[in-house]
Write a protein that binds this ligand. Structure first.
Ligand code: NDP
Length: 326
């Protein structure tokens, strides 16, 4: 038996609770991992609260991420004692995830922990930080460079936003951080933001084309805020959309695309291919300032992570939430 969080459904009612689980209940997979750390991502919060239909099968162990040590392996790619990280691939949605002491997963979903990161730091990065790196890579694949002008990052005090701010500033970009929390100004400047703008500047529907202000943007919010971001991008600029913290819709017009050659790029971390995944983790290990990463961390226990999920959806959690599992 081992400890974990379990989401169950009875009729329309979904509940999450701490539970004792049995190894025989784990899904099929070649590699059994002793989970060391997991983390709370926005998607985990949606899954645990039942706010969105993230969980496709019940009962479900949530947790779209874990880091840990291989305990048993039927794959030539991994052996007992290897340090590994897993994010996405439907874990915590379609098959049991990281919020339990044991996880059994397909070998092809695992990434060897890159040198330079420990198991806790890997989860301080987690899906949110990995996605932030994918966003930075997407901007640079479109030719965005530090000299081009200011880069806007929305939801900046959250997980993706915090890591994106630190990564972009570390690469020499001028980052403008959008936040709804004025009290996080010092934190965001500490991560490298050159200036802060208020979330409320983006929350009301605006003109389809506004003053050209930013060379590029990383957006985690969606909705009206993303429409306003698109309207304020300079000619030829690029916006990477990866989140929906403010809404799933996108009430925009074609004007930024056809009159200013603005590009809107999507980033998904869940099904990201192995080559890009490995490259992103290597870059994270190489360039993310570990002191800054430390400043983003909140640590909560496996038992209290259920309460943290509701706080996250209220936008009250700063940076990254890590959970020691064993
Ligand atoms: P967090 O909760 O850590 O951060 C979200 C931030 O968005 C908040 O901290 C807040 O920042 C801001 N925010 C919250 N609510 C609103 C609102 N109603 N309107 C505007 N801003 C708001 O979540 P993550 O950083 O982990 O994830 C952010 C988004 O990215 C989520 O939608 C998540 O689903 C998505 N995501 C997508 C991935 C992908 O593969 N595409 C992977 C990872 C995340 P502040 O207080 O600074 O304004």
């Amino acid at each position: 038996m081992f400890e974990g969080i379990l989401i169950e459904k009875s009729g329309d009612r979904q509940t999450a609770r701490w539970a004792l689980l049995n190894e025989s209940e784990l899904p099929k997979g070649e590699v059994l991992v002793d989970v060391a750390w997991t983390t709370l991502n926005y998607k985990d919060a949606l899954a645990m609260t039942g706010r969105s239909p993230v969980v496709r099968q019940f009962p479900m162990v949530p947790g779209i991420d874990f880091s840990g040590i291989v305990s048993r392996s039927d794959s030539a790619s991994f052996k007992k004692g290897d340090r590994v990280v897993m994010t996405g691939w439907g874990m915590g949605e379609r098959f049991w995830g990281g919020m339990a002491r044991l996880a059994r997963v397909p070998a092809e979903c695992l990434v060897a922990l890159p040198d330079g990161l420990d198991l806790k730091q890997a989860m301080a990065i987690g899906t949110a930080g990995f996605t932030a790196m994918l966003c930075v890579m997407a901007l640079e694949e479109r030719g965005v460079r530090p000299g081009d002008g200011e880069i806007l990052v929305s939801g900046a005090a959250g997980g993706v936003g915090s890591v994106a701010t630190a990564l972009l500033a570390g690469r020499g970009y001028k980052v403008v951080a959008v936040t709804g929390r004025a009290e996080e100004e010092d934190y965001l400047k500490g991560l490298g933001a050159s200036r802060i703008v208020k979330r409320s500047d983006f929350s009301e529907p605006g003109r389809p084309l506004q003053k050209e202000q930013w060379a590029a943007a990383v957006d985690v919010v969606g909705g009206v805020a993303l429409a306003n971001v698109l309207a304020g991008i300079q000619y030829g600029g690029t916006v990477v959309a990866c989140g929906l913290a403010g809404g799933m819709d996108l009430p925009t017009t074609v004007a930024p695309f056809i009159l200013r050659s603005v590009s809107l790029i999507g980033v998904d971390s869940v099904m990201c291919d192995r080559v890009k995944r490995t490259l992103a983790w290597r870059q994270l290990a190489r360039e993310l300032d570990l002191k800054l990463l430390e400043s983003m961390i909140n640590e909560v226990s496996l038992k209290s992570v259920i309460g943290s999920a509701a706080e996250m959806l209220e936008g009250k959690i700063r940076g990254r939430t890590v959970v020691p599992v064993s």
